[in-house]
Design a protein around this ligand. Structure first.
Ligand SMILES: Nc1ncnc2c1ncn2[C@@H]1O[C@H](COP(=O)(O)OP(=O)(O)OP(=O)(O)O)[C@@H](O)[C@H]1O
Ligand SMILES: [Mg+2]
Length: 350
C-alpha cells in the first residue's frame, strides 16, 4: 500500500513540481506535516528543493526528465574501468578532458570533485578487491552527482573484519570518527572523512547499511539498505560550489599539518538506552587516542548518565591528559553532568 509520503511524491511528479502550500492544500494537512514529508523525501534523495524563501521554493522529483525541463540538459559520463593497473589520477584526467562535461563547475567545484572522486576511486582500487569499478557522473547547471561502484568486500565489512569489531554498526561508528584505516602502511584514513565534509551530500552503501552525510541538512543518518555485493559511493555537489576544500582541511589540521582534530556527533552512538553506561562512553572514544583534540557534539542528546560522563571527562582525560576534549550544543542537564565529572578529574583512577 502507498504511504502518505508516496502519495505526496506522486502528486508532485504528476505536476512536475509543487510548492509546500500546494501540497498542504491538496492533502488537507498542516504546513508542518507537509514540511516533514518533504524533508523526508529530500533525505531519501527522491525530491530536490529549488529556490529560496517560503514563496519561491518549489519541490521537484529527482528524475532526469523533469530536471531537464527545469535546469537544462545534463551532461553525462559513464565508464567501467578494470581495477588492475588503474590510477585514479588518470581516470580524473580523462573526465576533465570530456568536452563540456565540467563547464558548469567553478574553481571550488573542480577542487571538490577532484579530491572526492580520486579518493573514492582510490578506495575502490586499493581496498575493495573488485575486478571492475563503475564510474558515473551527471552534471547540470545546478548540481553534480557522481557514483563510484565496485563489487568487492564492502567498506563496512572490510573495516569490521580487519578491526575485529562485532557488528557492521561498530565499523560505521569508527569510520565516522576519522583517521580509520585498515592499511596503515600506505594509508592515513582521511579519504572518507574529508570527502564527506566537502561535498553537499555523501552516501556510502554497502553490506546492507547506508550511511548518509547530508551537509545541506546538517545531519547524518544510518539506514538499512539492500544487501548487495560491493561498495557504492554516491556524492553530490551543489553548483556553484561554495566550499573551499582547503578551508575544511585547515579546520581539522593543526599547525604541524597533521590531521589531529575530530568532531564526534554523540547522538549517533545512541543504542536506544540513552547515554548512561561506561561501555557506551568507551565505544564513543574507542581508537580516539590518535587525536590531539576531540570535540563532542551533544546536539539532540537529552541527558547523559554519571558513568558516561565520568568515563569521558575523568577516566579518559586522566589516561590521556594531552588530548584536549571540548564539547558543544550541550543542554542544561548534559552540561551539569559534565561539570560534575570535570570537578572530579583530580580523583585518581581506581
Ligand atoms: N571501496 C571500498 N572497499 C572496501 N573497503 C573500503 C572501501 N572504501 C573504504 N574502505 C575501507 O574504509 C577505510 C577508510 O577509508 P578512507 O578512504 O577513509 O581511508 P584510507 O583509504 O584507509 O586512507 P586514505 O584515504 O587516507 O589513503 C579503508 O581503510 C578501508 O578499510
Ligand atoms: Mg582512502
Amino acid at each position: 500500500m502507498k504511504t502518505a509520503r508516496d502519495r505526496i511524491f506522486d502528486f508532485i511528479k504528476s505536476k512536475d513540481s509543487a510548492s509546500a502550500a500546494e501540497v498542504a492544500k491538496k492533502f488537507k494537512i498542516t504546513r508542518q506535516a507537509v514540511n516533514r514529508h518533504l524533508w523526508l523525501l529530500i533525505r531519501e534523495g527522491r525530491l530536490l528543493r529549488q529556490g529560496t524563501g517560503r514563496r519561491n521554493t518549489i519541490y521537484l522529483p529527482n528524475e532526469k526528465k523533469i530536471l531537464k525541463k527545469f535546469i537544462g540538459a545534463s551532461q553525462e559520463f559513464g565508464r567501467r574501468y578494470k581495477a588492475a593497473g588503474l590510477s585514479e589520477d588518470s581516470a580524473f584526467t580523462e573526465i576533465r578532458s570530456q568536452p563540456g562535461l565540467l563547464d558548469s563547475l567553478n574553481e571550488n567545484g573542480l577542487e571538490v570533485l577532484q579530491y572526492a572522486f580520486t579518493e573514492m576511486l582510490n578506495n575502490a582500487i586499493e581496498h575493495s578487491g573488485s575486478r571492475f569499478i563503475d564510474v558515473e557522473l551527471c552534471v547540470n547547471e545546478a548540481s553534480l552527482a557522481a557514483d563510484v561502484v565496485d563489487k568487492g568486500i564492502g567498506a563496512f565489512e572490510n573495516i569490521r573484519k580487519k578491526k575485529n569489531l562485532p557488528k557492521i554498526l561498530d565499523a560505521i561508528q569508527d569510520l565516522l570518527k576519522g583517521k580509520l584505516t585498515t592499511a596503515p602502511e600506505f594509508h592515513s584514513g582521511e579519504g572518507i572523512f574529508f570527502t564527506s565534509k566537502i561535498v553537499d551530500r555523501f552516501v556510502l552503501s554497502c553490506n546492507g547499511k547506508v550511511l548518509i552525510i547530508d551537509n545541506k541538512l546538517g545531519d547524518i543518518f544510518v539506514e538499512s539498505g539492500r544487501k548487495m555485493k560491493g561498495t557504492s559511493v554516491h556524492f553530490e555537489i551543489v553548483l556553484p560550489a561554495r566550499i573551499k576544500p582547503v578551508e575544511v582541511f585547515r579546520k581539522y589540521t593543526n599547525e604541524n599539518f597533521a590531521f589531529d582534530r575530530s568532531s564526534l556527533n554523540v547522538k549517533l552512538f545512541d543504542t536506544g538506552d540513552s547515554y548512561v553506561s561506561r561501555s557506551q562512553a568507551k565505544r564513543l572514544l574507542h581508537s580516539m587516542e590518535n587525536f590531539k583534540s576531540i570535540e563532542l557534539d551533544f546536539t539532540g542528546v537529552k541527558t547523559v548518565g554519571q558513568a558516561f560522563a565520568d568515563e569521558v571527562f575523568r577516566v579518559f582525560k586522566n589516561l590521556h591528559p594531552e588530548i584536549n576534549i571540548t564539547y558543544k550544543s550541550a543542554n542544561e542537564d548534559v552540561e551539569f553532568m559534565i561539570a560534575r565529572a570535570v570537578a572530579c578529574t583530580d580523583r585518581p583512577l581506581e
